[in-house]
Design a protein around this ligand. Structure first.
Ligand code: NDP
Length: 325
């Protein structure tokens, strides 16, 4: 039986990955900055909260993380923790860099010094590419346009460096946006779905959005975590771009959500330039061919299916196991 440690198990991806691994028969442990206070709502919604052990660990505390790894003795470590909001990274650039880039180096140093055959997955992001009107691939140079993307790029190159310099089995998944009902409300997709559902129920409020012209590739978190696992089952470690290969504008996403509720989004949405970011990615397109060919992984849900599933889960707000899985 294999053992996995998910650093950042309380997040959206942490919950989905914990379920995937527990269902595969792994012994699953995870970290939260403060385990007794950890928000386990996502894990509970997926029915996996009582199948995982959660340990406290600060991402930049070498000794604390070392103790957790010694206790869990994992075959695989998934680094999914850190400040994950692009918008918030403009307000908290140092916190973002420390919890993403410095934390990754901390984990890499620890694995290097331990010298055990532990495999590491690192959560990188397609935000690193910056504007990519032509589909980005694993070979596309990074041009980050946010403190978040700068930090993710540093974590990516740290993983690549430790892999080459010390022979660690360490790889980064460069993932496009992936969503689910477990997305916190600070993320625009969840904000749109929640607000639209309230409007459909008669709240009378209006939905305020920033730049709805931005184009993104939105996938389903439950499918993306399977790609993470597959990356750690290869003979040799490599980085992979994980995407649906289909991009849509935020306006398309909004229209889809309101249409699912029988509403016309143009009657309910205000564009607020105060919500624009200092720098943003206008168009993000990605080519997941390598993942399809080498990992046998392919997304079955793109934006329309993701929007539909999020609306369904939000409306029903019951039996989350059925709605989220
Ligand atoms: P979440 O924000 O849902 O979860 C991340 C977890 O990290 C949180 O549950 C929290 O755990 C911990 N965390 C949050 N802020 C900090 C901080 N400032 N310092 C240290 N720890 C913190 O992220 P996702 O599950 O959505 O994403 C997983 C990883 O994948 C992240 O690294 C994200 O950047 C990356 N990614 C996500 C994409 C997406 O679309 N979801 C796209 C590409 C990459 P706790 O409070 O318990 O400590």
């Amino acid at each position: 039986m294999k053992s996995a440690l998910i650093i950042g198990i309380t997040g959206q991806d942490g919950a989905y990955l914990a379920k995937l691994l527990a269902d595969k028969g792994y012994t699953v442990a995870g970290t939260s900055r403060d385990a007794p206070m950890a928000n386990t709502a996502g894990l509970a919604a997926l029915g996996v909260a009582d199948r995982v052990a959660i340990h406290s660990a600060s991402l930049t505390d070498f000794r604390g993380l070392w103790q957790v790894i010694e206790k869990v003795d994992p075959d695989e470590v998934y680094n999914l923790a850190g400040q994950s909001s692009v918008g918030l990274s403009f307000e908290q650039p140092l916190e973002t860099f420390e919890s993403v880039a410095v934390a990754t180096i901390n984990i890499l140093e620890l694995l290097r010094l331990l010298g055990k055959p532990i495999r590491l997955y690192n959560a990188c992001s397609s935000e690193c590419f910056g504007n990519s009107p032509e589909p980005a691939s694993e070979d596309t140079p990074f041009k980050p346009r946010s403190p978040y993307a700068v930090a993710k790029a540093a974590s990516y190159w740290s993983v690549a460096n430790y892999r080459e310099a010390y022979g660690l089995y360490a790889c980064s998944g460069i993932l496009t946006n992936h969503e689910s009902p477990l997305r916190p409300a600070r993320f625009v997709t969840r904000k749109i779905v929640s607000t639209a559902c309230r409007i459909a129920a008669g709240s009378g409020e209006r939905l305020s959005l920033g730049n709805t012209g931005v184009v993104r590739d939105w996938g389903w978190a439950g499918e993306y975590v399977d790609a993470m696992w597959r990356m750690l089952q290869q003979d040799a470690p490599e980085d992979f771009l994980i995407a649906t290969g289909k991009s849509y504008s935020l306006q398309d996403f909004t229209a889809q959500v309101f249409a699912e509720l029988g509403l016309d989004h143009t009657e309910h949405v205000d564009v607020n330039s105060g919500l624009y970011r200092p720098t943003d990615i206008l168009v993000s397109r990605a080519d997941p061919s390598k993942a399809r060919e080498r990992l046998g992984w392919q997304a079955t849900m793109a934006m329309p299916e993701v929007a539909r599933a999020m609306v369904k889960a939000e409306r029903e707000q019951t039996s989350p196991k059925e709605n989220l899985a």
